[in-house]
Design a binder for this molecule. Structure first.
Ligand code: AMP
Ligand code: GLY
Length: 437
């Protein structure tokens, strides 16, 4: 089977690595790919909006499966264009059509969907341009912290959480009046604040059956101890120790199953991955957001734990027989550390030579923001590389990931030094010890 993978980050390098292990694979093409994906397939340049050229490529290369890594093409209707093309009937897209992609593309749509299908999430109200005063007045009915979300895709910058009502009012004005967030902010969701610990759950579905994939925890802030600005993600851990069997059963029963059922009920054909951003509130899962793709860097922690053939799961989607497939997962823990460029998520230098990659042992290195020049590898983005270490427990996986991350060297290398530390169990009190209060 020939496969085209769309994207060029660390997530796509991990997907390419995993797909390339399949005995079902003949040829893998990646567009645009990166210097890492070249080891597992052929990088090609394709304009996804040029349907004629795309059709020619898909037919010539006899592509059966197109895996879409990032959300933008999906929100933009990539799947719909393939599905509408009579000559591409044999092609299966892994990723939803535009309507399903609205689960990620519109927070209001996602909230209404969850409300309709009784899926636990924070209470909310939506306000549109022209309703600024109503939105400001609504703050009086809320308690701090105020959660304010631009409706549309805003590259992770569309959520403001503040304790200060003045700040909240200013944000509403910026979004609804000054269009500081562009069209994405002309519709705003005001949400109840949930207190708990975040984690991400994932599933893959053919629209009828679904299979849970391993859960992961992401580290979104740039600085150790969860400080500083938000990023695309600075590290990940899988599995998540506090997401035990009971909790994951609740995720399955209260969130995953009603979501897939709800999509079907609403007549939204959905195939591909679904990322459920969750808050664990006193042992109960609530949805913070949906994404219609895998996470980056969560994928780099999850796929090394997946024993099953990923292409076989994709084939299950293509043939509508996903229910017959199995997802087999390695019990070990994976810890992923993002190596970034100093300055990220602000401005940073590019074109710095990376050394030491060939010295890495016992870890998976996936490339994200890299470029190759001759036989040299250069930095070419904010999140440059991810290093995934495996271990029989969390402590040993952390140690392995950091040991191998230390081997890689470039000027301006930045990484968080505390990935996974919050999840390491505190030493339990000795049995029989007397507790005085
Ligand atoms: P989102 O883009 O919706 O995932 O929001 C970005 C981040 O804001 C999340 O990862 C959470 O840390 C935080 N967040 C979003 N919604 C809430 C909420 N209702 N309560 C608490 N934190 C939230
Ligand atoms: N790491 C978070 C995301 O991929 O959205």
């Amino acid at each position: 089977m020939n496969v085209l993978l769309i994207g060029g980050g660390g997530r796509e390098h991990a997907l390419a690595w995993k797909i390339a292990q399949s005995s079902l694979l003949d040829e893998l093409y990646v567009t645009p790919g990166n210097p890492g994906t070249v080891r597992h397939g052929r990088n090609v340049e394709l304009d996804l909006n040029n349907q004629k050229a795309l059709r020619k490529f898909l037919l010539e290369k006899r592509i059966r499966i197109v895996v879409v890594g990032p959300e933008a093409p999906l929100v933009d209707g990539f799947h719909d264009r393939i599905a509408a093309d009579q000559e591409l009937k044999e092609v299966t897209v892994i990723g939803p059509r535009a309507e399903g992609a609205r689960l990620e593309g519109s927070k209001d749509f996602a909230k209404e969907f969850m409300f309709r299908h009784n899926i636990p999430t924070a209470a909310h109200r939506t306000f549109v341009k022209g309703q600024l005063q109503d939105a400001i007045a609504h703050l009086d009915h809320m308690t701090a912290p105020y959660v304010i979300k631009a409706d549309g895709l805003a590259s992770g910058k569309g959520v403001v959480i503040t304790n200060d009502k003045k700040d909240a009012t200013r944000t509403l004005r910026d979004m609804l009046q000054n269009s500081t967030f562009g069209a994405a902010g002309e519709r705003v969701v005001l949400e109840q604040h949930l207190k708990g610990v975040e984690l991400s759950a994932f599933l893959i579905t053919d629209g009828n059956a679904f299979k849970m994939l391993p859960a992961a925890k992401d580290y979104k802030r740039i600085g150790a101890g969860d400080t500083g600005p938000n990023t695309g993600g600075m590290g990940a851990v899988s599995p998540v120790p506090f997401a035990d069997k009971d909790f994951m059963q609740k995720v399955h029963d209260r969130i995953a199953a009603p979501t897939v059922r709800g999509l079907k009920k609403d007549g939204i054909a959905y195939s591909g991955f679904l990322f459920m951003g969750l808050m664990n509130v006193n042992g109960d899962p609530y949805v913070i957001e949906y994404n219609v793709r895998m996470g980056d860097p969560e994928t780099q922690a999850i796929l090394p734990r997946l024993r099953s053939d990923l292409l076989d799961l994709f084939e299950g989607i293509a043939s509508g027989t996903l229910s017959e497939r199995h997802v087999d997962v390695d019990d070990r823990t994976a810890v992923t550390i993002v190596l970034a460029s100093d300055g990220y998520p602000g401005s940073f230098e590019k074109g710095v030579v990376i050394n030491g990659l060939d010295m890495v042992r016992d870890a998976y290195v996936f490339q994200g923001g890299t470029a190759s020049k001759g036989d040299r590898l250069l930095t070419d983005g904010g999140r440059v590389l991810t290093v995934t270490g495996m271990g029989k427990d969390l402590e040993s996986a952390i140690a392995s990931a950091y040991r191998q991350a230390a081997v890689i060297d470039y000027e301006g290398k930045y990484m968080r030094t505390d990935i996974g530390h919050d999840l390491v169990k505190q030493p339990t009190q000795r049995a029989g010890a007397v507790v005085r209060s």
